[in-house]
Ligand binder design. Structure first.
Ligand SMILES: Nc1ncnc2c1ncn2[C@@H]1O[C@H](COP(=O)(O)OP(=O)(O)OP(=O)(O)O)[C@@H](O)[C@H]1O
Length: 273
């Protein structure tokens, strides 16, 4: 049985803390977060909160600052000013690997990784690396059942169980994007950041990918960037609209769709039905 949800109640030091951790409804909070590139304020005084178990979308026109904001949250970019608090810990200046250990992770495109590994081996490697045992990955597989079982569990979660023994390089593009999500989950994130997870996938498959994301355990909050408004309105419980680096509006899909300014400026005159 997959025990991902229960297993995720570990502190950053790896010690189990079942039943002792204070569960805050607020998982991530930014206060007046900004990023300047020269004179350009790409992200400008953004204060948002993301609760445990969120399914939030970050939308906005091209250049609104979405990727810059997510990169600051993950630690890929430093912030110019402002604060990032995650699960009650100030991570504003923390490097990416420390954020990951606290449960704040993002996915990366896997195209340059190991195409000859099987899908299960690739995920198992990520599990070993999370546990600081990447060097043990080469040991005989039957001595490392727990890690391989967890890899199989993660692949089932993203509906890649049937592809576990195929080489990574042979996966069609849509399944590679699912594998990236499994690799992100291997870090046991409490918040997983997804920057256009369905980019490049035919629209017929992108809804399937979002169904997988939607069905992930509620113990993993999700913040995703997406341009396809049909997907956003179908899968987000809450939407944050960025405009010129600032939060223009935040609300439920019906609140966003019902706002005349958003409809006019961003969704087009007809809005979203
Ligand atoms: N490394 C950088 N150096 C200088 N300017 C940058 C850099 N990264 C982003 N920008 C600028 O910051 C602004 C916000 O970019 P960002 O990529 O965050 O927007 P976005 O909302 O993700 O856009 P898109 O939807 O097109 O991906 C843009 O004007 C962009 O040109």
């Amino acid at each position: 049985m997959c025990v991902l949800g229960a297993e995720r109640n570990h502190g950053p030091d790896g010690a189990a803390c079942r039943g002792t951790r204070h569960v805050s409804p607020t998982l991530l909070e930014t206060k007046r977060l900004s990023k300047c590139f020269g004179v350009l304020r790409a992200v400008d005084d953004v204060s948002i909160t993301i609760p445990e178990g969120a399914r939030y979308a970050l939308i906005g026109p091209n250049g609104a600052g979405k990727t810059t904001l997510v990169s600051m949250l993950s630690g890929a970019l430093s912030s110019t000013s402002g604060d990032i608090t995650f699960a009650g810990v100030d991570l504003t200046s923390a490097p990416m690997h420390i954020r990951v250990r606290h449960g704040l992770a993002r996915t990366y495109q896997i195209t340059s990784l190991f195409p000859r590994l099987t899908v299960r081996e690739q995920v198992a490697l990520a599990v070993f690396e999370r546990d600081g045992m990447g060097w043990k990955w080469l040991a005989p597989r039957n001595r490392m059942t727990a890690q391989y079982e967890e890899a199989s569990c993660l692949l089932d979660l993203v509906k890649l169980g049937a592809d576990a023994d195929l080489p990574v390089g042979g996966l069609p593009y849509g399944k590679q994007r699912l594998l990236e999500i499994a690799l992100g989950l291997a870090a046991r994130p409490r918040l997983l950041l997804l920057d256009e997870p369905a980019a490049g996938i035919p629209s017929t498959q992108s809804a399937e990918l979002f169904e997988v994301i939607d069905a992930l355990p509620a113990s993993t909050a999700i913040l995703f960037i997406e341009h396809d408004m049909d997907l956003v309105f179908r899968f987000a419980k809450k939407i944050i609209v960025l405009m010129n680096g600032q939060v223009f509006m935040e609300g439920t899909p019906s609140e966003i769709a019902g706002n005349a300014s958003v409809r006019q400026i961003y969704l087009g005159e007809g809005g979203h039905d």
